[in-house]
Design a protein. Sequence first.
Length: 457
Amino acid sequence: MRRAFPQLQQVRPHLAGGTPPVARRETGGNPVSAPGDGATGECPFVDGLVPLSGPRFHTDPAALYRDMRREHGAVVPVELLGGVPAWLVIGYRELLRVTGDPELFSRDSGLWNRWDSIPPDWPLLPMIGRDQPSILYTVGSRHHRRARMISDALEAVDPIELSRHTEQLADALVDGFCQKGETDLIPAYAMLLPMLVLTRLYGFPDGEGPGLARALNNIIDGGENALAGQRHLAGSMHRLVTSRRTRPVNDVVSRMLAHQPQEFTDEEILQDLMVMTAAGHQPTADWIGNSVRLMLTDDRFAASLAAGRNSTGEAMNEVLWEDTPTQNVAGRWASRDAQLAGRHISAGDMLLLGLAAANGDPSVHAGAGAGAGPHNGLRGGNHAFFSFGHGEHRCPFPAQEIAEIIARTGIEVLLDRLPDIDLSVPVASLARRPSPWLRGMAALPVRFTPTPARGGM
């Protein structure tokens, strides 16, 4: 068995009744504000809001976040699709404060002071959620009990068995293109492997894995097949939960149902499974894609590609600092008026968590900036990044370990099977998906010496 890694558009007119306020900067900022953030006075933009959209989010987000920090400081007034205002927290210390104070900055989206002006067809509703019975929007003791249920169910996953599952499924995917001498690693590999592994852990038959992967990818793409993908995924999850309620086995779903019988409804379990699946699949797929891109395009990793890949873990860690799959997260809602980095946050305001920007906050590490490159001193095992979140709503530790095993094993299988893999297009032509939320490759075309399939599944 290969070595496991058990460690770790355009903005529409403002909505009716939703004209955003001019951004306010108060004097005497918050004591945890980043020193020297350079933000003073009123914002120089109309209404003081920066559109959270545009090509720079997928062409050069590091420079964009630097510009935001220079012009606005650690807390940026932004405008979401449809003219909806929010605050983007890009300071490291400020993000620690927001995620570490669930009473003041709550995960309860019902607190939002904009709901009266949000139409039912607002495209970002799936990112925000309202009255959703999932762990994402529960707070207090019920959230803690629910988080314990999920953590216990995931913690029981054996890392050796998980590595074996991942290796088998990765080998099967490589078998599908290894004889061709070329492929696009994103749709053919990275966007399939995490979902295939997760469905096996949950208890789905292997035959359902590819269809579930396509359904989730359709949801993530947000195109014409998104709703059909959501129905397929929800229907499959519902059938699995119903089946495991009466016929439990040793899988994640059965353990969730058995944790505290009757404490959570089947609908709540279903919603949590949907959240776990989306959060476990897409960031892990982008972690694989972004790490392979780094190893194929950065000379620091060229030698190790042909000599045992000892730098795989280093590349993965660097990606979590400088090219994290999850850029921004919605969100938190202020339970009362507050001050943050000199900003007046009104009760009910929405705050977005700027994970990627906070990772590159120069106030927390000398000589670094968002995307500052390999000499920022953040490599070599430093895991103080925000890529898995922070606070009581962060990604559970067992889920982080599962993602790391899937990503590292997937990368190692790929490089072991195709040792001379290389890009088949110029580096400059590589493109990212156009999203301010998730950062991943739109495509990663590669070439390699054709090799025979191994079979075995």
